[in-house]
Design a protein around this ligand. Structure first.
Ligand SMILES: NC(=O)c1ccc[n+]([C@@H]2O[C@H](COP(=O)([O-])OP(=O)(O)OC[C@H]3O[C@@H](n4cnc5c(N)ncnc54)[C@H](O)[C@@H]3O)[C@@H](O)[C@H]2O)c1
Length: 310
């Protein structure tokens, strides 16, 4: 098995690369380093600084590395950027993704694992419910639309060209190496700010001063285990979440406790475009033996310790 990890210099991709190396799999990384970092890629891994939009660059990677499998983590991954610049989002996530599928078709790669979004694809998840894979996608942002669109292309490539595919719909992933300077990644943002003794902004769910939106937070190590299982056997669409919802305030309290500091909190109005509540049903994946191993409190503790050590 020879696995090409796109986005392998990013947060989730780099954890996947480490795991594949431990499993003894031959790995190469393709990344344009737009948000990823070269130092996230372990030594000894082939690294191609190539953009998904560059067809000739992709051709060279496939000709040289001849992957049998592709783990497609690279993306324009920001909801906000997609709202500000839907064309950029389209070019990277859909056109870039199609370039990748065409290279796979030409060079006979067998299977693709796609990093989709459970956190954005279903729209609002009503109180007390967990979004299941059978729910129809209801994208609110161009980002979610591009992820849903690419899943349809996967289905079409499966039916027309026999490509094997898995779409892993990640919940809110957090853990070491997440970028604390972006718009998203509240655990990373809070960890860095609280450790530095800086005030934090808490965006409201409905009105300033409330507990904030509800999200399903999944530790990156558990995502890696789901990816591993999917690589070995699964096909189709799977949520990767915990089924538990936590408010932004709960995240802040857990971070503050792990950091041993009490932050100053600045309440802010809801952010435009934010969903109020998103929680995923993990049961389809659990039926294949996967279980989240890292509790919310433990995952936050591990993340805070990582930021403390930086
Ligand atoms: N972090 C989450 O909570 C979350 C949730 C759902 C889905 N996802 C998806 O998981 C994947 C990984 O996300 P992440 O959080 O690790 O983000 P990240 O920004 O750390 O990783 C994305 C990587 O893709 C690379 N990249 C971006 N555009 C590229 C291009 N045109 N060509 C080549 N490389 C390019 C970046 O340099 C970066 O290394 C993304 O597809 C994202 O949409 C993430």
């Amino acid at each position: 098995m020879r696995v090409l990890v796109t986005g392998g210099a990013g947060f989730i991709g780099s954890h996947i690369v480490e795991n594949l190396l431990q499993e003894g799999v031959e790995v190469a990384v393709l990344d344009n380093l737009s948000t990823g970092k070269r130092e996230n890629v372990p030594k000894g891994v082939y690294f191609y600084k190539v953009d998904l939009r560059d067809r000739e660059g992709l051709e060279r990677v496939f000709r040289e590395f001849r992957p049998t499998h592709v783990s497609h983590q690279a993306a324009q991954a920001s909801v906000k950027v997609s709202v500000d610049n839907p064309l950029l989002d389209f070019e990277v996530n859909l056109l870039g993704g199609l370039n990748l599928l065409e290279a796979m078709r030409k060079w006979g790669a067998e299977k693709i694992l796609f990093a989709s979004t459970g956190g954005a694809i279903y729209g609002e998840v009503p109180e007390g419910e967990e979004a299941e894979e059978t729910w129809p996608p209801r994208p609110k942002s161009p980002y979610a639309a591009s992820k849903a669109g690419f899943e349809h292309y996967l289905s079409a490539y499966g039916q027309n060209y026999g490509l094997k595919w898995v779409s892993l719909r990640y919940a809110n992933v957090y853990g070491p190496r997440q970028d604390p300077h972006g718009e998203a990644g509240v655990v990373a943002i809070f960890s860095e700010r609280v450790l530095k003794g800086e005030p934090v902004t808490l965006y409201a769910r409905k009105s300033p001063g409330d507990e904030g939106c509800v999200r399903d937070y999944i530790y990156v190590g558990d995502v890696v285990q789901a990816h591993n299982l999917a690589l070995k056997g699964l096909e189709g669409v799977y949520n990767v979440g915990t089924g538990e919802g936590h408010t932004t305030m709960e995240v802040l309290e857990a971070v503050a406790q792990a950091a041993g500091r009490t932050p100053q909190v600045n309440p802010a109005p809801p952010r435009p475009g934010d969903l109020e509540r998103s929680v995923l049903s993990p049961h389809k994946l659990m039926a294949h033996g996967w279980r989240p191993q890292v509790s919310f409190a433990e995952g936050i503790r591990l993340t805070v310790e990582y930021f403390r050590g930086r």
